[in-house]
Design a protein around this ligand. Structure first.
Ligand SMILES: *[C@@H]1O[C@H](CO)[C@@H](O)[C@H](O)[C@H]1NC(C)=O
Ligand SMILES: *[C@@H]1O[C@H](CO)[C@@H](O)[C@H](O)[C@H]1NC(C)=O
Ligand SMILES: *[C@@H]1O[C@H](CO)[C@@H](O)[C@H](O)[C@H]1NC(C)=O
Length: 468
């Protein structure tokens, strides 16, 4: 604790970005056991081979994983390729461009001139009209390459800028990609990018991704109103501090939005700006304020809890100390705190009239209330619902079993009463992930199922044969 306090006082002296201190700062990280207890895992039925393209937004799949994904998603939407609205996915993923581009040829001399090794960029190419063209570029600007040079690449579709600051982005000609990802941008860079994109007549940006730094105490502030005026199809952000904790009302103008993804965005208000949005297929906003213990100690006003993954050591197995590395947030102990999280009734989402929604992930928040009995009427196309690790209560409605779920995660809440037969019938599906565990007042009986052969852990659900 002393060590950490010293570390904290050192980081306070730094101007600007303050890294998170290492260690646990005396914060007790509650955990259930020394190793993951498989019985507490959600039930996986069948061969969960299905690939969720959206899961790859901020990850770097191995070439092997990528091949599998390509195979499953080649023919567009299929049972095992969960695109959740990511149409035209090869254009919308830089990963796709890298992996597919490399197989379709190498850049020719003319294009290759731009790809100096010293600039540390990654390039993806495609054969267009018989010529190999650069279609994707991931780069740290400055030194080897600047934005004006990139703007001359006429076929550039996907652009990933690593660690850009305001100077990198202002006073340059801008390329006109369909996909733009800003990785660890400064506040000024986000502002400059928003201004440039707004001022770009005929821009064709469809996908905007912002991935903020996780190893700092204060996350990068972003005013989402700066992006109003862009007609985005996909928006994703991870680890940013959304101004006012709300999606600004001007987002109503984004009538083509299919995927909204904002996890660790410090959102606290229901996204009423997206009310009635028929284009919306996927809304992902899990763990709005997940922090390492030393950040919790400095920033929270209490009411925090160790995340479900931390409690069950599903992150890196045994590590209980934060190291101060960015990876702690993903792999080390983390706590979720109510101050900058969703803490209202789940029904506020259901009321928004998203008739075509297929995926809603809200786990690791502080949502209250019940699952409305008319969920299947409101969201008739829902296939993936993540509500685990919230404060929800009440019975599970019969209508849940009417939906074509591939994932239904309800564990670690306060749901109660008898689990309807319709929900058990979901386990007859070919692929299903079902989480019911840790709802202490949930009752009923379950036919012996894989690791739930003794009933569902943390509930009153017992094997059916025990009732005989
Ligand atoms: C912005 O980043 C570049 C490198 O890309 C660096 O040379 C420059 O000093 C940075 N500017 C500021 C204001 O930090
Ligand atoms: C971009 O880089 C090129 C080549 O190094 C240079 O000629 C040009 O002045 C730079 N443009 C800006 C706006 O910095
Ligand atoms: C479970 O039910 C009992 C009895 O009704 C109640 O006292 C308790 O608070 C419930 N537990 C939870 C976590 O809801």
């Amino acid at each position: 604790m002393v060590h950490c306090a010293r570390a904290v006082s050192v980081v306070i002296c730094l101007a600007g970005v303050r890294p998170v201190a290492a260690g646990n700062c005396g914060v007790a990280v509650q955990r259930v056991a020394d190793a993951p207890d498989p019985a507490f895992e959600p039930l996986e039925v069948g061969d969960p081979n299905s690939a969720d393209l959206e899961d790859l937004l901020f990850s770097e799949p191995s070439p092997k994983e990528w091949r599998k994904m390509r195979k499953q998603c080649q023919s567009g939407e299929s049972e095992s390729c969960l695109t959740f609205g990511i149409e035209d996915w090869t254009q919308n993923s830089f990963n796709a461009l890298v992996h597919q581009g490399v197989t379709s040829g190498r850049p020719d001399a003319q294009d290759y001139a731009l790809v100096r090794e010293s600039c540390g960029g990654q390039v993806a190419c495609k054969t267009i009209e018989g010529k190999v063209r650069i279609v994707g570029y991931a780069v740290e600007l400055g030194g080897g390459i600047n934005l004006t040079q990139l703007s001359r690449l006429q076929h550039l579709t996907a652009l990933v800028l690593r660690g850009p600051n305001k100077t990198d982005l202002q006073g340059h000609s801008w390329p006109s990609p369909r996909f733009l990802r800003l990785e660890a941008p400064t506040k000024g860079a986000i502002h400059a990018a928003a201004r440039a994109l707004q001022g770009q007549p005929g821009h064709r940006l469809q996908t905007l991704q912002i991935s903020g730094r996780q190893d700092v105490l204060r996350w990068t502030p972003v005013d989402l109103a700066e992006f109003c005026g862009l007609d985005l199809v996909h928006f994703s952000a991870f680890v940013i501090h959304v101004a006012g904790g709300a999606l600004p009302e001007c987002w109503q103008e984004m009538t083509k939005l299919r995927n909204f993804y904002c996890s660790n965005c410090m959102l606290v208000h229901p996204p009423t700006a997206l009310r009635g949005l028929q284009s919306l297929r996927s809304f992902v906003a899990f763990r709005q304020w997940e922090m390492v213990p030393c950040a919790v100690q400095r920033l929270s006003r209490g009411g925090c809890k160790a995340s479900w993954e931390t409690r069950h050591l599903y992150k890196e197995g045994v590590r209980a100390e934060s190291t101060g590395d960015w990876g702690d947030f993903q792999q080390g102990p983390s706590l979720i705190c109510p101050q900058h999280s969703f803490g209202f009734a789940f029904e506020e989402f259901v009321k928004l009239g998203w008739s075509n929604i297929e995926k809603v992930w809200l786990d690791g928040n502080f949502l209250t209330g019940q699952i409305p009995a008319n969920l299947a009427e409101q969201w008739p196309k829902l296939r993936s619902l993540d509500l685990y690790d919230n404060d929800m209560e009440g019975p599970l409605p019969d209508s849940l079993g009417m939906l074509p779920f591939v994932k239904l995660q309800l564990h670690a809440n306060r749901f109660s009463g008898l689990v309807p037969q319709s929900v058990w019938r979901l386990t007859e599906r070919r692929d299903l992930i079902l989480g019911l565990q840790e709802n202490v007042n949930l009752t009923g009986c379950v036919a012996p199922l894989q690791h739930w052969e003794h009933g569902v852990p943390g509930t009153l659900i017992r094997p059916c044969n025990e009732d005989l």
